[in-house]
Design a protein. Structure first.
Length: 121
């Protein structure tokens, strides 16, 4: 008798994004999903080129730290990845730039990662 192990399906990034957005909303934090994929042009059958001022590597979720936090009004950028997802070079650069400018940017694989970075447990 052969035992077949089922592969554990990993959670897709969009589901993790929704869980994070729901958590931030429940905490009363202004947040939004940043649609950072190009627009598909059905006439040409291709994605349109990004605009002149559209940044590469921009994060999936943006938020503003609430008044009750340690640093109210601070810009927050969250790049969401699955358990095996990796940051692109442009995503690393974007996260580094946000942190250098006084914002808070990080990668999250779960709501727990967000809680850890925001101290909102």
């Amino acid at each position: 008798m052969t035992i077949i192990k089922k592969k554990k399906r990993q959670k897709p990034e969009n589901k993790i994004q929704n869980e994070i957005l729901e958590y931030l909303t429940e905490k009363g934090i202004l947040c939004w999903r940043n649609n950072n994929t190009g627009l598909f042009d059905p006439m040409s059958g291709k994605f349109r080129r990004k605009g002149k001022y559209q940044m590469l590597g921009i994060s999936d979720i943006f938020a503003i730290a609430p008044d009750s936090s340690v640093n109210p009004g601070r810009f927050i950028a969250i790049e969401v990845k699955s358990k095996i997802g990796k940051l692109s070079e442009n995503q690393v650069i974007f996260i580094d730039n946000v942190n250098k400018e006084g914002g808070l940017a990080f990668m999250a694989r779960s709501v727990d990662d967000v809680k850890e970075h925001l101290f909102l447990v």
